[in-house]
Design a protein around this ligand. Structure first.
Ligand SMILES: Cc1cc2nc3c(=O)[nH]c(=O)nc-3n(C[C@H](O)[C@H](O)[C@H](O)COP(=O)(O)OP(=O)(O)OC[C@H]3O[C@@H](n4cnc5c(N)ncnc54)[C@H](O)[C@@H]3O)c2cc1C
Length: 393
């Protein structure tokens, strides 16, 4: 088994027979992937092709449309894949995540013609996906979005901006959420598919602290034919939330992978590094750091796969369980990686050392697909609903 394979064996009560093979296949891709400082955009394209070659992108698309996933997707499989990829390279992990996040709205709401046009390229890695929700003035408060969609004959025209959009500039399709009636907030939001060569679409790249193809999209009177409407006004917000419901848990999977890699690196370094005549792993404080990290990682795995199991096996919404998993796993991963850097000493902040890279890669996971604060809002709303005061979602 590859060094980066994820194991479903230690939590048999949460997994099904096929999950072990999914983790092993993702581990093979991770082990064969070379991390380097090359161009993020070219590396993302190569990553999508490698993931397709291994059959992993099939987990982003249901069987009915050429993939291998069930209709509601298999969140345990998606989370296991991200856990394996996150151990190797954040960029490889993002490439996988975006094929799912950028295509699932089409799976959920697309017409047969839209599915036929966009999903085959998602599966073979030739068409990169993008999910454009965030705006310069509308981040956590999605319903306050201002990017405008107005009717023009039978078609639509988009005006406005989206920012922090992964795969901006390299996507073959952008799922774009836009407002048709600002006074209606969420009830006015529609969704569209925008293609890269649509007239009036502009892309401005952004640079973030770890490799990640990302940028701002500008829509300047972008005219869209009627067949680009994915969700009519009022359905776009629900479509975005249903998509995030499926993929938010996988962000926690990536955090588990990054944390696991950091812990492995820290144990290895602590056993090898001799100070004061003995390996530092024999120093009580270092042992305590490692013990804390191992415990937090196991606790995070339990929460994350409990949520994935609930999502896969229950019909009702499991937003609170998923929020707990994302909150705990991403925050714990940050602590685990920070301890690993500390155990490495000066080497830990040296450019190119895995724990230094992980330190930069993990940071965004506490922000995207709902910040840690928003996860607490979701959990608190569920608690309030339990005592009959009514929840926020
Ligand atoms: C690497 C990366 C990739 C991304 N990829 C995508 C993508 O592909 N598509 C996309 O649409 N977006 C993407 N995003 C955007 C991301 O989803 C947003 O950054 C995130 O939702 C937060 O929005 P914001 O940055 O505007 O922060 P804000 O919403 O302005 O929040 C700022 C701070 O205020 C806090 N806050 C806000 N509201 C509350 C509240 N009610 N209670 C308590 N605290 C609150 C937040 O938690 C945060 O700490 C990406 C972001 C990053 C960093």
């Amino acid at each position: 088994m590859s060094r980066f394979a994820t194991s479903a064996d230690d939590l048999p009560f949460l997994f099904e027979a096929h999950h072990a093979a999914v983790g092993a296949a993702a581990g093979e891709v991770a082990a064969g992937w070379r991390v380097d400082d090359g161009d993020d955009r070219a590396r993302t394209r190569a990553a999508a092709l490698a993931l397709a070659e291994a059959g992993l992108l099939g987990w982003c698309v249901p069987k009915a449309y050429g993939g291998c996933a069930p209709e509601r997707l298999d969140v345990r499989a998606l989370t296991l894949v991200r856990e394996a990829l996150g151990q190797a390279d954040g960029l490889l992990d993002t490439a996988f995540a975006m094929q799912g996040l950028g295509s699932y709205p089409i799976t959920l709401a697309g017409s047969p013609a839209q599915k036929a046009r966009y999903l085959p390229g998602v599966l073979d890695g030739s068409r990169l996906g993008a999910f454009a929700l965030t705006e310069p003035e509308a981040g956590s408060d999605v319903a306050s979005m201002r990017c405008a969609a107005r009717r023009d004959g039978s078609g639509w025209v988009l005006d406005g901006a989206k920012t922090f959009i992964s795969n901006a500039g390299i996507a073959g399709q952008y799922v774009v959420f836009a407002q048709t009636d600002p006074s209606a907030r969420g009830r006015g939001i529609a969704a569209f598919v925008v293609e890269p060569d649509d007239a009036g679409l502009g892309v401005e790249p952004l640079e973030v602290i770890a490799p990640h193809p990302i940028g701002t999209l500008r829509f300047d009177d972008v005219a869209l034919a009627p067949d680009r409407l994915l969700a009519p006004p009022g359905e776009g917000f629900k479509l975005a939330m249903r998509t995030l419901d499926a993929f938010r848990n996988t962000v926690a999977g990536a955090a588990l992978g990054m944390a696991r890699r950091a812990l492995d690196e820290a144990v290895g370094r602590a056993a090898a590094r001799v100070q004061f005549g003995k390996p530092i792993i024999e120093q009580q404080q270092i042992g305590a750091y490692l013990a804390e990290s191992a415990t937090e990682l196991d606790a995070a795995r339990l929460l994350v796969y409990r949520a994935a199991w609930a999502r896969d096996t229950r019909e009702d919404r499991v937003s609170s369980e998923v929020a707990m998993g994302k909150l705990f796993a991403t925050e714990a991963a940050q602590r685990i990686i920070d301890r690993a850097v500390q155990i490495f000493g000066g080497l830990g902040v040296t450019r190119g050392v895995p724990v230094e890279r992980l330190y930069r890669e993990v940071r965004a996971l506490r922000i995207y697909e709902g910040t840690s604060e928003i996860q607490r809002v979701i959990i608190a709303a569920a608690l309030r609903a339990r005592v009959g005061e009514g929840g926020a979602r």
